[in-house]
Design a protein around this ligand. Structure first.
Ligand code: ARG
Length: 266
């Protein structure tokens, strides 16, 4: 049983540029975005048995669809995000209200410390990783780790295209990881290799990494993955996963895909 927070794309658009994928002149097609979002929701609910909680979208907050950036949830506690860019900071209030009205204990970081939630913090039961410094400050992980009683291994992200950890790193339920090594510095690459044995590492080629192959959602033996990554899908299937490809071109234009559009609530 998996629950996710999602936000319908009613107000989604490319209204500003805060990462190398975004281009206001190119924009995103709202009709196509809606169709793609609905298809993603259907795959999660019908094919993977997930439960989706829908937050009401707020006009003027186009990136609110990327709910994974709202915070990080553990049990009934949430550590709320503090967005780096002023364009996304107003999302903090509606997300906080949603968590409070749904019975979560909301933890806040010291002011001025940036943390972008599930976009930068990923893990499995007992191993957690935190991306920095493009969006999240490395110092935030000390507080998040204390709030949640978790040890978090910081991983430095060195390629501006892969600015959140979830754009280049995806731990799976069976202890494997999908990753794009080129997004990490040498120390980070070594840290990942030390924690995941070679047969558990799926290194994706650059042409699939730029189609957001790492921005996948793993639910038990199901992996929902943006379309255009045949070699990654083949490797997942060899490991016993059922793969579901979804077209998410309009969201990739904003620098996000399947994983960014969902926040794990358990
Ligand atoms: N346009 C959004 C931003 O730059 C995309 C966020 C994607 N989220 C993610 N977890 N990678 O903040």
């Amino acid at each position: 049983m998996s629950r996710f927070l999602v936000c319908p794309p009613d107000h989604y658009q490319i209204a500003y540029e805060i990462n190398p994928w975004m281009d206001v002149k190119r924009g995103a097609d709202p009709t196509v975005a809606r169709v793609q979002w609905n298809a993603l929701a259907a795959v999660l609910e019908k094919n993977c048995g997930a439960t989706l909680e829908r937050i009401v979208p707020v006009a003027g907050l186009p990136d609110m669809v990327f709910t994974t950036n709202a915070g990080i949830v553990a049990g009934h506690t949430v550590v709320l995000s503090q967005f780096r860019y002023p364009e996304r900071q107003p999302e903090e209030t509606p997300f906080e209200q949603w968590f409070e009205s749904h019975g979560y204990e909301v933890k806040r970081l010291p002011p001025g410390l940036f943390f972008e939630g599930g976009g930068d913090m990923l893990g499995t039961r007992n191993m957690w990783f935190g991306g920095y410094p493009q969006r999240t400050d490395i110092r935030a992980y000390r507080y998040v780790g204390e709030f949640l009683g978790r040890e978090i291994l910081p991983l430095e992200l060195v390629d501006p295209r892969f600015y959140h950890l979830d754009t280049c790193f995806c731990p799976l339920s069976g202890g494997e990881v999908i990753w794009f090594p080129g997004a990490f510095d040498r120390y980070g690459q070594a840290a990942v290799m030390e924690r995941f044995p070679a047969e558990k590492r799926i290194a994706v080629p650059e042409e699939e990494a730029v189609r957001f192959a790492c921005n996948a959602v793993c639910i038990g033996k199901h992996v929902v993955i943006p379309e255009g990554s045949p070699s990654t899908m083949e490797r997942l299937e060899k490991l016993g996963y059922a793969t579901h490809a979804v077209g998410l071109s309009e969201f990739i234009k904003s620098g996000g895909a399947a994983k960014c559009l969902t926040l794990a609530l358990d």
